[in-house]
Design a protein around this ligand. Structure first.
Ligand code: CU
Length: 287
């Protein structure tokens, strides 16, 4: 069988400070390609332990089959290299993995969070399934040994005819995922760009409406939150980290974060209920 391969060079990398408090800190953006201009995240000022950020720029190179069809598993090969194209060999584990890969369709209507397996010599591999045609952004999050966390984006297009768009997105703050009712609220009545805010998720059993008691750690924390600003194209600066607050009541997961720019953001909260990972998504407006 003939196979066609294509390579997509990453467009940008961003370095995070290695600080891992409940407040996400982001470092200077380092764009490894001149195709994109991007505004770096606002730097938090209350980060006295910030380390030197002048590390080697890294890039991710994606190799995959050229003929990808929706809903067919496809193998993704991701090579992590330094700016001169040399493979990076050693990575540190964070949140229990060597690489976290977030896959979103560019309209943020599909989301996947997977963990590519390290094969050595800078190469990671994973199977992914793309639910529909469209443009996708793959956000790889990894930590070259001894360096700060790096985020590199890869772009992939699944060609084909586009189905009619679904209903316009509703700002619904309550979702039911499998047997859990997820209620989302923020600590501020209106979320202001650049201002710290808590995002609070109350998890109730859908059967009895009581706070769930079988919440287990996921990736070492009470929950995981991915935030991406709705934009085209999606840039590294549109991807925001948040860490779970440690001591929260039963059935509650909370994150402290900061939306860097005004805009519409989609957030995906993931939690582990009795061994099953659940994902609930919401829209947030920052003004
Ligand atoms: Cu992950």
């Amino acid at each position: 069988m003939k196979r066609y391969f294509t390579e997509i060079i990453v467009v940008a990398s961003l370095f995070f400070t290695s600080s891992c408090s409940s407040v996400p800190k982001s470092g200077e953006a380092q764009v490894s390609s001149s195709e994109l201009t991007q505004t770096p995240h606002e730097h938090s000022t209350e980060n006295p332990h910030q380390e030197d950020n002048s590390k080697t720029a890294t890039q991710a190179k994606l190799t995959t089959s050229k003929n990808i069809t929706p809903n067919q598993p496809v193998s993704l090969v991701i090579d992590i290299q330094d700016s001169s194209g040399k493979n990076i060999n050693n990575f540190d584990t964070f949140q229990e993995n060597l690489m976290h890969l977030i896959v979103v369709r560019d309209d943020l209507q599909s989301f996947d969070h997977i963990h590519p397996i390290y094969k050595g010599n800078g190469r990671f591999e994973v199977n992914a399934t793309f639910p529909s045609v469209g443009n996708y952004t793959l956000i790889s999050d990894y930590k070259p040994s001894g360096q700060n966390e790096s985020v590199s984006l890869m772009k992939l297009t699944i060609p084909g005819s586009v189905p009619l768009p679904k209903n316009l997105e509703k700002f619904d703050n309550s979702k039911i995922v499998s047997n859990t009712k997820v209620n989302f609220k923020s600590s501020e009545p209106t979320i202001k760009a650049g201002k710290e805010v808590s995002l609070i998720f109350d998890l109730k059993d859908n059967a009895n409406n009581q706070p769930i008691k079988d919440l287990q750690p996921y990736l070492g924390e009470k929950g995981h939150l991915v935030i991406i600003k709705s934009s085209f194209p999606i840039l590294v600066s549109d991807y925001i980290h948040a860490h779970a607050v440690k001591n929260t009541p039963d059935g509650q997961v909370q994150f402290v974060t900061n939306f860097p720019q005004p805009g519409t953001y989609k957030i995906w909260v993931q939690f582990n209920r009795n061994g099953k990972i659940n994902t609930a998504d919401f829209w947030v407006n920052a003004s």
